[in-house]
Design a protein around this ligand. Structure first.
Ligand code: FNR
Length: 363
């Protein structure tokens, strides 16, 4: 889509069009440079592999899910319908896009509700910004009969948006009130800017049990908002934040006791990105733009379902290759981190060599 056409669309449709424009199938640099030590004797068969994981108290049959994207317009309703069908047929869990629009304008509620309509028994997370209060959080969960609530943190995006928030002073207090007052599990997520160990620790201190560090390397919402703004923006902020790999090593550098469970997302394109994230400590991996490509450019739902199932198979095959029959075993495999991640770890006093020498302990 050309930029002129994008300008005439509503904000949610613009996000989809601009996310489409910036998508690439290539893995992000820090994922490419994170390498497993190859071992020649996997001593496993694909049938031995168990992909099951448990996050936010929910058992999931596969260690990846479709992360928050959209809703709020006719076009995005169609996307959510396709996502709902994919969720129903493949059992992949799905998060909605921010339902803020539906709380303000009930006429667009259906564009979100269709996710539940198509997928009555699957795992669905509702999504809202951290500026919302407990009452709105409850409304968001009710709208989707959701199994959990994602609260997103997106300060860089807001600042680049002309109409964006300028007051982030209440976010942590809101999160605390929502975590205490809501009955479903809460996941606090970034939107592709990554997290530091300090952020994860602050969230833990107010009772957050599950955090999605959503790092750089995939969709860049600063870039998207700079294009929407059309000049006088913050091009210097394009690429702002920590990569998904760096965010994972940051989070995992916190003491295990009291550390929230970690979800990885941001730039997840393929089975190797997924198993690297799990080996780095994630319990679950979120995919957004890669899935958007399947339901946008190619409205062939059968193909999209095939791709999701194939991804599940490939994850199992890659786990066999590295000799891991479950996610716990993946974390015992040796990983060499790339030079940029090593330099970051050195500066932050994180021991990157521990990742390279894990398997000997279990021989
Ligand atoms: C998003 N993302 C997002 N996140 C969120 O918490 N609420 C939202 O409403 C949206 N909206 C949204 C729209 C579109 C079109 C995309 C592609 C993404 C962010 C998303 O959940 C994820 O954190 C980032 O996109 C990084 O992952 P990928 O896209 O690199 O896999």
């Amino acid at each position: 889509m050309f930029e002129k056409e994008v300008v005439s669309l509503n904000r949610k449709d613009q996000h989809v069009a601009l996310a489409n424009q910036q998508f690439s199938m290539e893995s992000a640099k820090d994922f490419v440079q994170t390498r497993f030590v190859h071992q020649s004797l996997p001593e496993l068969q694909v049938g031995d592999v168990c992909l099951q994981t448990s996050v936010a108290g929910l058992t999931m049959e596969m260690p990846f899910f479709i992360n928050a994207m959209t809703g709020g317009s006719e076009r995005t309703k169609l996307i959510n319908q396709l996502l709902g069908i994919i969720g129903h047929l493949t059992k992949v869990p799905i998060a909605s896009g921010s339902v803020s629009a539906a709380l303000k304008d009930p006429s667009v509620a259906d564009s979100f509700r269709i996710l539940r309509g198509e997928n009555p028994h699957g795992i669905i997370f509702a999504n809202l910004g951290a500026h919302h209060d407990l009452e709105n959080a409850k409304r968001a969960v009710d709208l989707l009969e959701a199994d959990g609530l994602q609260l997103h943190l997106n300060a860089p995006q807001e600042l680049v948006m002309r109409e964006g928030d300028r007051d982030f002073s209440m976010w942590l207090k809101n999160i605390e009130a929502i975590v205490r007052g809501i009955e479903v599990p809460v996941i606090v997520k970034e939107v592709g800017f990554g997290m530091s160990r300090e952020t994860v620790a602050r969230l833990a201190s107010v009772g957050v049990k599950t955090v999605d560090i959503s790092g750089t390397g995939g969709t860049d919402f600063v870039l998207i908002e700079n294009i929407r703004r059309g000049g006088d923006g913050y091009p210097l902020l394009n690429g702002w934040g920590q990569s998904t790999v760096i965010s994972l090593v940051e989070a995992m550098s916190l003491p295990a006791e009291g550390r929230p469970e970690i979800i990885a997302s941001g730039g997840i394109k393929n089975e190797l990105d997924i198993i690297k994230s799990l080996a780095l400590g994630a319990e679950l991996v979120g995919i957004s733009n890669r899935i958007l490509q399947l339901v946008q450019n190619n409205q062939n739902i059968d193909r999209a379902i095939y791709e999701v199932r194939r991804l599940e198979e490939r994850v199992a095959e890659m786990m066999v290759l590295v000799g891991a029959k479950n996610i716990a075993e993946l974390r015992q495999k040796d990983l060499i981190l790339g030079p940029d991640v090593q330099a970051w770890c050195t500066a932050r006093e994180i021991d990157w060599k521990q990742y390279a020498n894990r398997s000997m302990k279990y021989l």
